[in-house]
Design a protein. Structure first.
Length: 229
């Protein structure tokens, strides 16, 4: 009888221990995870007021739009020329572009130091030499190209893929001509990056299929259409 009581007591203690352990595990699982509060991001110092932006927009209208209209309308008086006032990309395109150029720069072992925005103008024809369509001939536009620092100076660049698969950054001057010496400072990025930073001393080959452009263009330029609101 005493043995039976001991067995009963032992079983009860075992059951209580199991339930207690399970209960503790359940409580642990239900403990909410506290997410860290996102840090407040300060506005870049380059942010300007809407009033200042409007002043600059109006100044362009007063000092540039009329001159462009007059010039283009004299060349082709049969059709009124629309002077573009702004261009835009959808937000996802910008994010994809940033991710793409960072990916390609990493492959070439260089760090992007800045983004250049070049003013441009579409030629008066229906397509470029490679057959790419020109939607609005003669229209003002802009394009974006990343830059990399070399000897305390920045250069736009594109990527050339070598026969062995290595990605080499090709430096461009301010007017988008290949840099003549074509050599980046091997000391600026350390020994690990020096080989990838070395540029061929000969003039770079003409742009071809294995060269990867990092230039973003074909924004939606407005007008046309004109918005009445």
């Amino acid at each position: 009888m005493k043995n039976l009581k001991r067995i009963h007591a032992t079983l009860c203690l075992g059951i209580l221990a199991v339930f207690g352990f399970t209960s503790c595990e359940q409580k642990k699982e239900k403990t909410p995870v506290t997410e860290p509060e996102p840090m407040e991001i300060s506005a870049p110092k380059q942010i300007v007021s809407v009033s200042q932006a409007k002043t600059m927009y109006d100044a362009y209208g007063e000092r540039r739009v009329g001159l462009i209209e007059k010039y283009e309308n004299e060349l082709a008086p049969e059709k009124k020329f629309d002077v573009a006032r702004f261009g835009y990309y959808d937000y996802n395109t910008i994010k994809e572009y940033m991710n793409y150029i960072e990916q390609e720069a990493k492959k070439a072992n260089v760090e992007i130091s800045s983004l250049r925005f070049y003013f441009s103008n579409y030629p008066d024809k229906m397509s470029f030499e490679d057959g790419r369509e020109i939607k609005h001939p003669k229209q003002n536009s802009f394009f974006i190209i990343p830059a990399v620092k070399d000897n305390d100076r920045e250069y736009g660049f594109y990527i050339r893929e070598e026969d062995d698969g290595k990605n080499v950054p090709v430096l461009l001057t301010d007017n988008l001509e290949p840099k003549k010496d074509g050599v980046m400072d091997k000391m600026q990025t350390g020994e690990s990056k020096s080989e990838a930073s070395f540029m061929p001393t000969a003039a770079p080959a003409p742009f071809y299929a294995r060269n990867k452009s990092l230039v973003l263009n074909e924004a939606n330029m407005v007008p046309p259409p004109y918005h009445e609101d």
